[in-house]
Design a protein around this ligand. Structure first.
Ligand SMILES: Nc1ncnc2c1ncn2[C@@H]1O[C@H](COP(=O)(O)OP(=O)(O)OP(=O)(O)O)[C@@H](O)[C@H]1O
Ligand SMILES: [Mg+2]
Length: 241
């Protein structure tokens, strides 16, 4: 469906992309038990752009990792595009994640000795796409993100902002239903941060569904919906159910 048609739908008729039902995550370290997420429920619909704020240690990264099925919850359910992932095994989770989820990390997480082009093409290997098509699609993504002239540079030959743009291109290359970003501007100077902010804003305008953790209010401002976490609970925000 064209993006313009999607965005004209009212919020209540838009498809639910992500649903968390009473999700908790407990970490056991030695004799210590840490409840990093405590009964979080929310719905994210197609085209939503959600910011997640909260103090250090409040559970923001845990929330992103669990919601993006990188990590499993201790209890509760996570549904992606209506698929309940509770009973999924490792392989099923990896498969769903590869096709439906894009993730952008604060520290980019690019392969150090690998070109921008091959970093972006990597998720397509797991999707079983042939090499020629992989490289073509990666090139298109890098051009879209303004790095068409840096295809063969390795991460150390790129600025922090450029590395984060490569990471965003990699997150998008499989055309995921939802993009998660954990402090995407956290390591960047203000100019590079602004570039990344503009790209996320543009992706949101194109109808992408995004959840972004940030400490910075001016970065959170580009989102359309906002929640705050304290001690693993949503304390504020319209997305709560
Ligand atoms: N792998 C882990 N093992 C044990 N405890 C963990 C683990 N990851 C996080 N925690 C604990 O869970 C709580 C939430 O951590 P989390 O990283 O989700 O917070 P955060 O809101 O992202 O913090 P920050 O803003 O500093 O990135 C913290 O008390 C933290 O110490
Ligand atoms: Mg964190």
């Amino acid at each position: 469906m064209p993006q313009s048609k999607r965005s004209k739908k009212s919020s209540s008729t838009k498809k639910i992309i992500l649903e968390l039902q009473n999700v908790s995550k407990v970490y056991e370290v030695g004799t210590q038990t840490i409840k990093a997420l405590d009964g979080v429920s929310l719905r994210v619909r197609e085209g939503d752009f959600l910011s997640v704020m909260g103090p250090s240690g409040s559970g923001k990264s845990t929330f992103l990792q669990v919601a993006s099925i990188l990590a499993t919850p201790s209890s509760g359910h996570i549904l992606i595009n209506g698929k309940n992932t509770t009973k999924y095994n490792e392989v099923e989770r990896a498969h769903l994640r590869n096709s439906e989820v894009g993730f952008v990390f604060q520290n980019y997480n690019l392969l150090a000795k690998t070109s921008a082009l091959e970093n972006v093409a990597l998720p397509l290997v797991y999707a079983g796409i042939d090499e020629k098509t992989r490289l073509e699609r990666a090139k298109v993504m890098l051009e879209k993100i303004g790095l068409g002239d840096r295809l063969h540079n390795t991460p150390s030959q790129l600025s922090g902002g450029q590395q984060q743009r490569v990471a965003i291109a990699r997150a998008l290359v499989n055309n995921p239903s939802i993009i998660f970003a954990d402090e995407p501007t956290g390591n960047l100077d203000s100019k590079s941060g602004e570039e990344v902010r503009k790209i996320l804003q543009q992706l949101s305008k194109e109808g992408r569904t995004i959840i972004m953790v940030t400490h910075e209010h001016d970065v959170a401002d580009i989102a359309k919906q906002h929640i705050s976490l304290i001690d693993g609970k949503i304390v504020d925000g319209k997305m709560k159910i």
